[in-house]
Design a protein around this ligand. Sequence first.
Ligand SMILES: [Zn+2]
Length: 388
Amino acid sequence: MNPRIGMLLVTVALLAGCASTNIQPVTSGAYEQLPEEKRINRICEEEQQRLADSEMLYDNAKLTRYVNTVAMKVLPEAAKREVDIRIIVINNPYCNAFAYPNAKVYVHTGILARMENEAQLATLLGHEMAHVTHRHTLRQRLNMRNKAAGLASFKATLGSVPLVGELSSALGELGTMASVSGYSRELETEADNVGFEWMADAGYDPREAPKLFAHLMAEMEAEKREEPFFFGSHPKLADRQANYQTCIAARGDVTGGVINRKGYEKAVAPAIYETARLDLKAGRYAKAVNGIQRYLKIYPRSGRAHYLLGEVHRQRNDGNDLKKAIDFFNRATKLDRKHAETYRSMGIVYMSAKDNKAARRAFQSYLKLAPPDAMDREFIQEYIRQLK
Ligand SMILES: [Zn+2]
């Protein structure tokens, strides 16, 4: 255990007897940061710096601007005056989002790629921002009965998940707790309720809130639940749906409201592409295909999406996959003549099919288009020599 965290837990344990029940949201009027919160926030900043240095963030200004704009539509003015919320995108294909108590909310490209519309994004961001404004990290820590067990269990969860394990070493223990273990059932339900009211008040269609969870759960069922994070730590889906139905009923008239599927898909298209690319890299072919097909609905004439589809077939190499790969690569070169990697992949497929002439031609096109310092230039030149 990080010694600072250990100290923090001791401090928190001493406080637990007296102060645990009366932590008010930042909007309550008399908000003042407690010394423990300041300490927690300093650790957060260190972890976030590590994360920023780790190259795990998704560097796309347009997409970052979009998710922050939606967050600002959802967050009430009174809360904006107290906390400086910032949404940051992490390049990771797993379906997750989490909030640090110092108002930084991290959203994976993987969850952006799998939500359906802006109203669902508003629901997700509302939930995460409510963890911040309602000071859930502090409340969770003050209420935790058995802190050692809490830490042990999240470490055990991490061990079995390589990608998130790697991410967690950059996150540190606070971030890992926020991203993997989540909060108590009571706090999660509060975040659902608060987030729901915010997204509905902002003019989004409230009926999309329960759909977000139903939709993501269905996606995960299809994936055999290999990503338990955002949901694993949360109240059971059935309870959650029932809770949303109560919220919707309490609101009365909920017909209409903003959904914005088209604008959402356009804005998150780069995350959809990137997630498909990472799914392919991890050998999750079916998921990669789903992602590319969704991207192609947004940009039907994308050369590099056709290239990626060809790559799925080339790498899977099952049945007549190589023939299909060539078809997609041909289509890709028609749509985008300048995409070097397409020609390299074509060359590799032709080479394995012993069509030396076509392979040589494809590799030569690759060398013409690839940047002068491309790492594989010499390899490809060697291939061309061998093919003669
Ligand atoms: Zn949560």
